[in-house]
Design a protein around this ligand. Structure first.
Ligand SMILES: C[S@@+](CC[C@H](N)C(=O)[O-])C[C@H]1O[C@@H](n2cnc3c(N)ncnc32)[C@H](O)[C@@H]1O
Length: 286
């Protein structure tokens, strides 16, 4: 007789805080023993396996796995502080998860990680023609009901920047350009071509303000039948690539993470060879 109760019980065990802290302690011990890029890659691969097997519970995989690639890259490059960005916060579910992921990875891998969410707090603007997919979205959808309340709930590593990205992104870049941190991950979830086109100006600072191969999650690219390269977030990316010689955004489907892209900063000092990373940047699929 097949006993079908066991998978359910194992899943319950994985959810126990005691099991989660056991895994965290194990990863931390393994990490502290790492002496080279191969051992680091192995430890992060282990983290990826725990996440994919639903043993390590760190919120949505597309965030926890993408950010694992960011943190490993930061360690190999010698960066001590990263900023993770969510473009489009909605009711805050994604930002809350990103904030917790940042906290966990920060404490595990001794990299300071901050999170910034951008949203207008008034829901989707009026769609501007077919490029904004009015067949799917409507004005006012995903309204963040009370951003002050969300701000209070978020932990100290997370900031919310309210306003249209057309204005808030250039303002943010002016200030960020003179900070010591680097952008380590971007989630693009503004739904519209027009909003994404404006928001991608986030990638226009000097190349040294980013990880050399920046993990980017682009939400609205694959799952619905009307998504294409001729509208929506994909069109904004296509145009970005046409307009920029040294920064290119490309999907990395073989890494088995939903909607996973990389921002390639081809003129990054590490990618031109002018700056040597601490360890070679050999990062395989985590
Ligand atoms: C689908 S929701 C984001 C959901 C969130 N990422 C999550 O996973 O929980 C899209 C958000 O983008 C925001 N948005 C769209 N266009 C914008 C713009 N031009 N400026 C600022 N926010 C915008 C909307 O207000 C909405 O809250």
């Amino acid at each position: 007789m097949r006993v079908r109760i066991f998978p359910g019980i194992t899943r319950k065990i994985y959810k126990l805080p005691i099991y989660q802290s056991y895994l965290i302690r194990k990863i931390s011990r393994d990490y502290k023993k790492c002496l080279n890029n191969h051992q680091l890659m192995h430890t992060f691969k282990q983290v990826g396996n725990y996440i994919r097997d639903r043993k390590l519970l760190l919120g949505r995989d597309c965030y926890s796995l993408s950010v694992a690639h960011s943190v490993l890259q930061a360690i190999l490059c010698g960066y001590k502080s990263l900023t993770l960005v969510e473009l489009g916060v909605g009711e805050g579910a994604g930002l809350r998860e990103l904030s917790l992921i940042a906290k966990k990875y920060s404490s595990l891998f001794e990299v300071q990680i901050d999170v910034i969410g951008f949203d207008n707090a008034s829901g989707l603007p009026k769609p501007d023609g077919y490029k904004d997919h009015p067949e799917i979205w409507s004005m006012g959808e995903f309204l963040l009901p009370n951003f002050k309340k969300l701000e209070q709930e978020l932990s100290e590593n997370t900031t919310l920047i309210i306003g249209d990205v057309k204005k808030t992104i250039p303002d943010f870049c002016k200030l960020y350009q003179i900070k010591n941190d680097v952008i380590g991950f971007v989630s693009v979830d503004l739904d519209y071509y027009s909003s994404t086109k404006d928001a991608l100006n986030l990638l226009q600072m000097t190349a040294d303000k980013y990880l050399p191969a920046l993990p980017i999650y682009v939400d609205d690219t694959n799952n619905l039948i009307s998504y294409s390269s001729y509208s929506g977030e994909r069109l904004a990316i296509e145009e970005f690539n046409e307009e920029n010689i040294y920064v290119k955004i490309e999907e990395k489907a073989n890494f088995d993470i939903n909607n996973f892209f990389i921002g390639h900063f081809l003129n990054h000092p590490i990618r031109t060879g002018t700056l040597k990373p601490v360890y070679p940047l050999t990062i395989f699929k985590i």
